[in-house]
Write a protein of this length. Structure first.
Length: 155
């Protein structure tokens, strides 16, 4: 998934790492002829790339970033109380991750990126919701679940 560069830092090997708006990090080395990123070499070059996008394969794999804090939790829903909007395609905002916690029964969690992927989540399972990724849930019989939302800095 395409994610914006919001900052940079040097790693322990003195290589530049881009900080993305999904809170993942990605090396941005200049290693010609294989990787051509001369803009990495100067502060001016790096600053010129702020806001540009990189493909975040960790988001594609629904990998939850480190160091996020929970800031909100939905009520527990069952097959009768699931809001209609949650059963249709929707997404979280930039920088907001979610975790679906299944307490009882099972539901189908559908993610619409990069293709349509269906995951059956049962009691004890957790479904990772990446920012801005279209998704929906569908109860499979009796269900009890809630969603917890995370970000870097509480909103």
């Amino acid at each position: 998934m395409k994610r914006k560069i919001i900052g940079y830092h040097l790693d322990e090997h003195n290589d530049w790492v881009a900080e993305l708006d999904c809170y993942h990090r990605q090396h941005v080395r200049n290693n010609p002829p294989f990787i051509n990123r001369p803009w990495v070499k100067s502060e001016e070059g790096r600053n010129s790339m702020l806001g540009e996008v990189l493909n975040c394969v960790r988001c594609d794999r629904l990998e939850f970033p480190d160091s996020l804090v929970p800031y909100k939790k939905t009520p527990e829903f069952n097959e009768k109380t699931i809001p209609e909007g949650v059963q249709k395609d929707h997404s979280t905002k930039v920088g907001v991750w979610g975790i679906i916690h299944v307490l009882e029964g099972s539901l189908i969690y559908t993610v619409k990126y990069p293709d349509i992927n269906h995951y059956e989540l049962s009691k004890g399972d957790k479904g990772i919701i990446a920012p801005c990724m279209l998704h929906s849930v569908e109860p499979k019989g009796r269900i009890c679940f809630y969603v917890e939302f995370y970000t870097k800095i509480p909103v």
